[in-house]
Each structure stands twice: as structure tokens, then as C-alpha cells.
Write a protein that binds this ligand. Structure first.
Ligand SMILES: [Cu+2]
Length: 664
């Protein structure tokens, strides 16, 4: 596929129209490097007249063959300042010396961008990602992965999700259209006093039964949010197990980086993959909830080395965006003979550190820079890219175990041979990157002197058989809050702020007496009390994901929780690592903290999809008294609920009780 000619891209961009051809550049070897970012000036174009307004330019960290542009028309007097020798700079006003850089506190200020509109169409599709047919695929825009949603730092993103799903592929009896909601967008806005934002966003998180009702089949819903953070993420359906079937895609916000690179690769979505749809596997029970293959960027090979290929030119520094979109697998990414420089964890730029590999939990993202200067010689110039499954229960593949050689770096674009390189030696333990390595560029100082946690969550296996999952008997029940979570699809939390939540133990109300600077501190621990009645341990590492906030990781302990005094001795308050997914270590605990400055209902869940379905999740209802729902927003929410409830009742939802799982 040829690159989209510039005038076409401009047309698409200017009218907010998006087509599949505009986002998926083909891989072509030996591309010329991008220059340092300079404004595009094209005298014939009104959009690009270059006079009297701020800069329009191609972001330096978009992929090599690309026509995507950042439009900072409103940033009068500013120039782009990203350069090969200074990727930390983004925009600078030479007269006022005001600038937006890697050191800018993005939670206080962001550049003014433009509104970008995307449309996602969910539908069924047969998928043959690894050479084996899966007839239960569910995708956005007839593609796996779905289209990249892209924007520049400070843009407003509008995503309209159209639910064209016809059936869900569970069983013939239960074949029914299901709704799609669009999660994982929440980290892109934080509502703060004194910080301008064009739209209220507390209802834009896209979690069914928490921030909205479902989007019924045939319906659509538009999400709007403000990209005050930048970096690498993904979007996915948050309805039950839908993302396991393919409803996901990358989400990239262009901005500065904490180390220098020359050019960027496409985002790499790394995932486990199954030949059977997730709803079918769920119904068949635990033995069937396994994976068969590994895909990179949607490409894999069942029982053999993968086909993903990328090309290097010697001496060039490449930016990679790694995203683990798995259902059940923690991956360790490496490239034979190449050292990695890690520069961003989730949405948080960090001080660069080097490693031979990087461990990526489910839902986590890392930006890395790879210099094309291998430290071992490969005669044919080919090197394996590897995605090794972490050990200790952090992956569950059928035999034959998938090949960890899932991609190839080629220095010679004409070579067709397979690499003969050896893997770096590294540990495969299922534990996050070293705590002290993840040092954010923009620091947080956490102030906490409490004598108790705001809430304590214990991850365990429960003997509860309520709430009613379908099929009721055969699925395990996990819990974070003394009861497996179960969400009512027709009644989202945000429309029930005054309800009595006492029976919903998975919902934690956090109130800070209107002090938006107060820190909320949560303990999340594995169940290690063998005598707890009705509880059993869940001895695995769990990737715990919080919506609505980056959290400071005050303690990440691989030894069991003892006392709060021990926590106070161990916790790091000065610029701790922060992110939005952290591995709860096997038999250990996490202490996380965030400022209660984003009042809304946020979900916190294990990102192993089977575990979330089994109820290993909780809701944080943050300062509910500060949540005011504007009339138009309320009307839209109620309309979404009305169309969903109509559809749900018409298809016997409440009567048949065919909600498969926790709801997420
Ligand atoms: Cu889990």
C-alpha cells in the first residue's frame, strides 16, 4: 500500500474523516529519516498559510511513512522545537521563551491543539491471525488491531463508537447482539480546578454499568476527552470479554520524549491469541481458558516463529511503543543483540535506563529506544525479536508452547532468511521492572501521614456464589473487596450517586472533605491469611489497573503485608514510580496513592481478563458529592440507558439472566 498522498491526508484531516488507508502505513525498508520538526508551509493552502498562527508540523515520533500532522494553530508565536538532539522539547515561543517540554507539569498545563474525530465500528469478523481460523472474532473497522487513534498533546479527541455487532458467538441459544463500550480512554483527562477543559469528562470513561449504560446494537455514542497527557496507550471494549476477541487498538498522543531518537516505528501491540472465542471458552470453563499463539501487531504463527518484520539502518535510533494487550500473559520483550533504553512507563515519561529486556504486564505500555548498533554480529544482518512469557503462572498456553521468536529485525531488506541469533540471558520472573528504575521525569511529592489506609483490598478466591454469573456453577469467583464484583448493565453508578451501596462491597466511597489535594492511599494485598473463612489465596501476580488516575506506587512488595508501620518505613514518598497498571506481586502487596482531584466513579481491576470476569475488581467512588452531572450529559446518559434497556429486555436479558460474568 502506498503512503497516502499529502493532499488526501490534508482533506481527511481537515474534515475529520478517517479511512482505513490513512492509518496503516506499509512497511518499507530504507526510508529516509524524518527531519527535525519544522512547520509545514504550503503557500497554496489556506490551512498551511503559515502566517499569523501557531505551527502545523509532522510530529517526529509518528511512524516513518506518515502524513499525520499536529495542528497548533492556536499557539501563536510558538515553534516546534523537537530535534534529533533534543526530543525533550515540543513547542517553544522564542520571544517569550515559554515552552512545552518533557519537564512541563502536564497535569497543570498543556498546549492548545485541535479536535480530532474518529469513528469506530464494532462488528464480527473471522480472524486468521496465526494461520488458524477463529470464527469468533470481534473487531473495530474490520481490522485487528483496530485503527490507531492518534492525536497531539493538547488535542481534544472525539471517538464515536458504532455498535454493529450482530451476535456474540457464545452459544446458539445465547446468540444475541451485545453492546460495546470503549474503555481505557480515561487517562487522557484529569479535571482540575483552574485548568481549562472543553468538556466535562467524568462520564467518558466508557465502563459499562459504571459511567454509562451499554451502547445497544445499532446505536452509537460519542466520547470526548482532552489529551493533557501524551504517550502510548490503547483503547478496548470494556464489556465482559469482548477485547479478548479483538475489540481493541492503539491510542497514541504525540509529545516530547525523555531521550533522543531518530525515527519511530509503528506501535507494537503484543498479545496472546486464541483459536476459540473468549465467551465460548468462558462457558466451557477454566481448562479451556488458555491461549495458543502470540501476535505482534496482529501477526503470529501457530506453532512456529512469528512473521512480524521491521527494518533497521545501522546507527539509527528507533523509538518503539510496546503495548501488552493480552488476556492472560505477561511478556518480556527483547531483541537479540540489541540493548534497550526504556523511557516511558504507561503514560509517564521516566528518566532513561538501559536493559536487555523489558517486562510488560497486561495493560502496561513502555516506550523504548533501540539503537541499530548490535553488540553481536549476525552474518545475514537478521535478529530475532522475542516475546517470552513470564514464568510463575503469568501465562497459560496450550502445548505446544508458542515460539518466543515472534519477529525479525532485518538490516538487509532483501534478505529472506531466518535469523540465527541467540537470546539475551535474563530472568523470566513475573515481576515488574525494577522499582528504582521507574523514576518519573516530572516528580510527584506524596504527602501522607495517615494511620490507616483509605481502603484495603484483598485479592482472593471466594466461596461466594452470588452474584449470578452465567453459567453459574463452573466459573471461579475472585474478589478484591470481600465480594466478587457484579455490575448491573442497566443501572450505571453515575446515575445512582445517592444509592445505598452498603450491599455492594466492591464499591468503595472515598471522600476527602472537598480537599482536592488530599492523598488517597490504598493497600492492595494478596490473601495470605490461611485461616480466613470462605477465602482462599490466589497465588499469582495480578496486573492491577486503576482508571481515572495515574497512581504513585509507594510500595511494591514481594513479601506478605504485615503492618502499616512496616509500610510507613518502606514507602517512597519522594517521586515514587507512577503509572496506571502495576503488578501485584505473588504473595505480596501494593500501596498506591493518588490525589482525590478527579471526582467520578472509577474501576480498579485485575487486567487478566478471566480474573476481571471472575470478579477481581472494585469501584472507587471518588468524592461523589462533587460530581454534578450537567443536564445535556444527563439526557445523553439516560437516552443511552433507555435504548440499552429496551434492547436488553427485548432480548430477554433480565429474564434469562445471561450476563456472563462480572460485567467487565
Ligand atoms: Cu488477576
Amino acid at each position: 500500500m502506498a503512503p497516502v498522498p499529502k493532499f488526501v491526508a490534508t482533506f481527511l484531516y481537515a474534515f475529520g474523516i478517517w479511512t482505513p488507508d490513512s492509518w496503516k502505513p506499509s512497511i518499507q525498508p530504507q526510508q529516509p529519516l524524518l527531519e527535525d520538526a519544522v512547520p509545514i508551509t504550503s503557500p497554496g493552502s489556506k490551512l498551511f498559510d503559515g502566517a499569523g498562527h501557531g505551527p502545523i508540523f509532522q510530529p517526529p515520533n509518528s511512524p516513518e511513512i506518515d502524513e499525520f500532522i499536529c495542528d497548533y494553530t492556536a499557539m501563536k508565536g510558538y515553534l516546534p522545537c523537537s530535534a534529533h538532539s533534543d526530543r525533550g522539547c515540543w513547542l517553544r515561543n522564542p520571544l517569550t521563551r515559554s515552552e512545552f517540554t518533557i519537564n512541563t507539569d502536564y497535569e497543570q498545563t498543556a498546549p492548545i491543539g485541535v479536535v480530532r474525530s474518529y469513528h469506530l465500528y464494532a462488528s464480527e469478523m473471522n480472524l486468521t491471525l496465526d494461520g488458524v481460523l477463529n470464527t469468533d472474532g470481534q473487531v473495530f473497522n474490520r481490522s485487528y488491531p483496530g485503527p490507531a487513534i492518534r492525536a497531539c498533546w493538547g488535542d481534544t479527541i472525539e471517538v464515536t463508537v458504532h455498535n454493529n455487532l450482530k451476535n456474540n458467538g457464545t452459544t446458539a441459544r445465547y446468540q444475541a447482539a451485545r453492546y460495546i463500550s470503549n474503555g481505557e480512554l480515561n487517562r487522557l483527562y484529569i479535571i482540575r480546578s483552574g485548568f481549562a477543559h472543553p468538556y466535562p469528562s467524568y462520564h467518558q470513561d466508557g465502563v459499562n454499568a459504571i459511567t454509562q449504560c451499554a451502547i445497544a446494537p445499532g446505536q452509537q455514542l460519542t466520547y470526548r476527552f482532552h489529551a493533557i497527557q501524551y504517550g502510548t496507550s490503547w483503547y478496548h471494549s470494556h464489556y465482559s470479554l469482548q477485547y479478548a476477541n479483538g475489540l481493541l487498538g492503539p491510542l497514541i498522543i504525540y509529545g516530547p520524549m525523555s531521550a533522543n531518537y531518530d525515527t519511530a516505528k509503528d506501535p507494537l501491540l503484543i498479545s496472546d491469541w486464541r483459536h476459540m472465542g473468549a465467551f465460548r471458552a468462558w462457558e466451557l470453563g477454566f481448562p479451556n481458558q488458555t491461549s495458543q499463539s502470540i501476535t505482534i501487531d496482529g501477526v503470529g504463527t501457530y506453532n512456529g516463529p512469528g512473521k512480524y518484520t521491521t527494518f533497521f539502518q545501522k546507527g539509527i535510533r528507533y523509538l518503539f511503543r510496546l503495548i501488552n494487550t493480552s488476556v492472560d500473559t505477561t511478556f518480556i520483550f527483547s531483541i537479540d543483540g540489541h540493548w534497550l533504553q526504556v523511557i516511558e512507563a504507561d503514560f509517564v515519561p521516566i528518566k532513561p535506563y538501559g536493559n536487555s529486556s523489558v517486562l510488560i504486564g497486561i495493560g502496561q505500555r513502555y516506550n523504548i529506544i533501540v539503537s541499530a548498533l548490535p553488540n553481536v554480529t549476525s552474518p545475514d544482518g537478521n535478529y530475532w525479536i522475542r516475546t517470552v512469557s513470564a514464568s510463575g503462572g503469568c501465562a497459560r498456553f496450550d502445548n505446544p508452547q508458542p515460539d518466543n521468536r515472534t519477529g525479525i529485525v532485518r538490516y538487509n531488506p532483501f534478505s529472506k532468511s531466518l535469523p540465527s541469533t541467540s537470546m539475551w540471558e535474563f530472568a523470566t520472573l513475573c515481576s515488574d521492572e525494577t522499582y528504582s528504575s521507574l523514576e518519573p521525569v516530572v516528580p510527584w511529592e506524596v504527602h501522607w501521614n495517615g494511620t490507616s489506609f483509605n481502603h484495603v483490598f484483598v485479592a482472593d478466591r471466594s466461596s461466594n456464589t452470588w452474584p449470578p454469573y452465567w453459567p453459574n456453577a463452573s466459573v471461579p469467583r475472585f474478589e478484591l473487596a470481600d465480594m466478587p464484583m457484579w455490575l448491573n448493565y442497566t443501572s450505571p453508578t453515575l446515575l445512582n450517586l445517592n444509592a445505598d451501596f452498603s450491599q455492594q462491597k466492591w464499591l468503595a466511597v472515598v471522600e476527602t472533605d472537598n480537599d482536592l489535594d488530599a492523598w488517597v492511599v490504598l493497600l492492595i494485598t494478596e490473601q495470605t491469611n490461611q485461616t480466613a473463612v470462605g477465602k482462599q489465596p490466589l497465588p499469582l501476580a495480578h496486573p492491577i489497573h486503576l482508571h481515572g488516575h495515574d497512581f504513585a506506587l509507594l510500595v511494591q512488595s514481594s513479601t506478605p503485608y504485615t503492618t502499616i508501620e512496616e509500610v510507613r518505613e518502606r514507602m517512597q514518598l519522594h517521586n515514587p514510580p507512577r503509572r496506571d497498571v502495576a503488578l501485584l506481586p505473588l504473595n505480596g502487596y501494593l500501596v498506591i496513592a493518588f490525589k482525590a482531584d478527579n471526582p467520578a466513579a472509577w474501576i480498579m481491576h485485575c487486567h487478566i481478563a478471566w480474573h476481571a470476569s471472575s470478579g477481581l475488581a472494585a469501584q472507587i467512588l471518588e468524592n461523589p458529592k462533587r460530581i454534578t452531572i450537567d443536564k445535556p450529559v444527563l439526557a445523553e446518559m439516560q437516552e443511552t440507558c433507555r435504548t440499552w434497556t429496551d434492547w436488553w429486555e427485548a432480548h430477554g436479558g433480565s429474564k434469562n439472566g445471561w450476563q456472563d460474568d462480572s460485567g467487565i
